[in-house]
Design a protein around this ligand. Structure first.
Ligand SMILES: N[C@@H](CCC(=O)N[C@@H](CS)C(=O)NCC(=O)O)C(=O)O
Length: 220
């Protein structure tokens, strides 16, 4: 059985969950994949067992039946995209694939990564993980918001970044915008096109929307 290790609230594992959801697949319903929830609050990603599998101590991780370990979100998403569902979200043809790659990388490295840096250098929960340098926080947020302006222009007159359908670039941009909220960067205040885009994506893929249904606890 394959195993997908995720933390459902963290941006990198959310890439995999949203990719599947965008193809109409509920990750909890895939027959040949067991989902394993990793709890950051109890540092499960630092446990000996998890570290043995992924020395980087990060999620997502996908393990395959032959023992292959994919420990990076891009690799996990490439695999899931090819193996599950009909339409690829990586682009419909050679040119689209290249465009999705380009937009995805800008969204990843300029928006999401800079916000993650700002978070890691400011949030008490990451103090053990990185040597925090508070001076990194404001310039990283500024870099991220500067890149948001690029996407605001890219979305003029369009619903999606590439072509007429949702692609992986949209998923990564959405996650960057959504993660910004934790750093008080309001995704609805970065331009009208980004706000429209954010709301469209959030209606389908918010953490709340994708939360696993909790079993009922019996009579109230
Ligand atoms: N390059 C990795 C980065 C993954 C990553 O940083 N994941 C975060 C969650 S978004 C994580 O696992 N953090 C663990 C921690 O902060 O202790 C990827 O894209 O998969």
């Amino acid at each position: 059985m394959k195993k997908l290790y995720v933390t459902r609230t963290a941006p990198n594992p959310r890439k995999a969950l949203i990719l599947l959801a965008s193809k109409g697949i509920d990750v909890d319903d895939i027959d040949d994949v067991d989902l394993v929830d990793i709890d950051f609050a109890s540092d499960e990603q630092m446990s000996d067992e998890f570290t043995k599998m992924n020395p980087m101590q990060t999620v997502p991780v996908l393990t395959l039946d032959d023992g292959t370990v994919l420990n990076d979100s891009q690799a996990v998403c490439e695999y899931l995209d090819r193996v599950y569902g009909e339409r690829s979200v990586m682009g419909n043809d050679v040119v689209q694939r290249a465009q999705v790659c380009s937009m995805r990388r800008i969204a990843e490295f300029e928006v999401l990564y800079n916000l993650m840096l700002a978070f890691q250098h400011s949030h008490p929960s990451k103090a053990q993980r990185v040597e925090q340098v508070p001076e990194f926080v404001a310039p990283s947020i500024a870099r991220a918001t500067k890149a948001m302006a690029y996407f605001e222009t890219a979305l003029v007159g369009r619903d999606y970044l590439v072509g007429e359908q949702l692609s992986f670039a949209d998923i990564v941009l959405y996650l960057g915008l959504d993660f910004g909220k934790i750093l008080k960067v309001n995704p609805n205040e970065q331009g009208e096109n980004l706000a429209r885009f954010y709301q469209m994506m959030n209606e389908q893929f918010s953490i709340k929307k994708m939360a696993k249904a909790k079993p009922t606890k019996g009579p109230e």
